[in-house]
Design a protein around this ligand. Structure first.
Ligand code: NAD
Length: 332
């Protein structure tokens, strides 16, 4: 048996250079049914090619087979709301990492990825300000009768209740406070009271308490098995007179029938959502100006968020290949 002499490196940099050189032919696929802005693509290209990898672009694809073909020889993939199903993962023989350029990653089949040892990451915080600004805009829009005639109301002095105090929730809380709103929040996974205190936000200890005081309820929970369909009739019925539910989280967290029932029984309640629910037409016909749903999901649709999330995704991939950094991995 020959003795295997392990390759030794004089310096840490030499080792890094050696492993980077092994990865030169890596293909990074950007697969976006709804493409990034050009500025974002240019930035992604600069990062990817600057690290010595190849960039492949699949934009505005109309058929699943195009994605299956494109991913076949990809080592890494950047997606937006594109569905990375078990079928896509099975077709991607060389895939090592998927980065969802955005916060929610419910469009990626984590189990299928984990089974193959594929790392899945998101880019938390990169589009939060865009979403938070939309949430504030939505509150104003509903307070002013969707910019039609009639006397509106002001946000100042009203209670803004934040359901989940993560990256977006925090920014909405701070913006609400700057507008003179009384801000309260509920997030059972944040145990450090300082997180709320430093923003001048009152922490409440139950979801019931939160909804019962909410003139405006801004939703920021992720769509999980626990949260899907969890916001419905009982919570809406407990809200104060004239209350508005603002949903920039995910439509799946809403029990649409329950919300419809509450809004039918209570003609003072309002609901605005990014993006339109399955019952969009019915809501529109029944509730008129008390309801609004964006035709397309637009929370993260700003030039700034596009660039931030796209570039972060590219940087995270390079950092993973070069340094093994898994800070933003969501399928640990
Ligand atoms: P985040 O991960 O930073 O924060 C989520 C927060 O939810 C965390 O603080 C967590 O503790 C809390 N949480 C989890 N489960 C909870 C539960 N059952 N009850 C209460 N709190 C719970 O995420 P984020 O970046 O703030 O995003 C928030 C939501 O906004 C997500 O649903 C995301 O998918 C959505 N989003 C939408 C758009 C859009 O375009 N409209 C863009 C970005 C994010």
């Amino acid at each position: 048996m020959p003795t295997i002499v392990p390759y030794t490196f004089e310096k840490k940099e030499e080792k890094k250079e050696y492993f980077t050189s092994l990865m030169k032919d890596m293909k990074i696929l950007v697969a976006t049914e709804k493409p990034f802005a050009k500025k974002a693509v240019d930035g992604i290209r600069e990062i990817v090619e600057g690290a010595g990898y190849q960039l492949a672009l699949l934009e505005k694809y109309t058929d699943k087979t195009q994605l299956l073909d494109a991913v076949a020889d990809a080592d890494a993939m950047i997606v937006r709301s594109d569905k990375v199903t078990a079928e896509v993962i099975a077709a991607a023989r060389n895939l090592k990492i998927v980065v969802r350029a955005g916060a929610g990653y419910d469009n990626v089949d984590l189990e299928a990825a984990s089974t193959r040892g594929i790392v899945v990451m998101n880019t938390p915080g990169q589009n939060s300000n865009a979403v938070a600004e939309l949430a504030v805009g939505m509150m104003v829009y509903m307070a002013r009768n969707q910019f039609t005639s009639g006397t509106g109301t002001e946000l100042a002095g009203k209670t803004l209740a934040i359901h989940a105090y993560g990256n977006v929730g925090k920014l909405v809380g701070r913006k609400g406070a700057a507008l003179g709103m009384n801000v309260v929040a509920y997030d059972p996974f944040i145990t450090d009271p300082k997180v709320f205190e430093t923003d001048g936000v009152k922490k409440v200890d139950s979801v019931e308490e939160l909804y019962a005081c909410a003139d405006y309820l801004s939703l920021h929970i992720p769509a999980t098995e626990q949260t899907k369909g969890s916001i419905g009739y009982d919570l809406l019925m407990s809200m104060p007179k004239g209350a508005t539910l603002v949903n920039t989280a995910r439509k799946e967290v809403i029990d649409e029938e329950g919300v419809a029932k509450a809004m039918t029984e209570r003609e003072d309640l309002k609901y605005i959502t990014d993006v339109a629910p399955a019952l969009h037409t019915e809501y529109g016909e029944k509730f008129g100006k008390r309801y609004f749903g964006t035709p397309k999901k637009m929370g993260a649709e700003t030039a700034e968020a596009n660039v931030n999330a796209g570039l972060a995704a590219a940087r995270q991939i390079v950092d993973y290949f070069v340094n093994g950094n898994v800070k933003f991995q969501v399928n640990k």
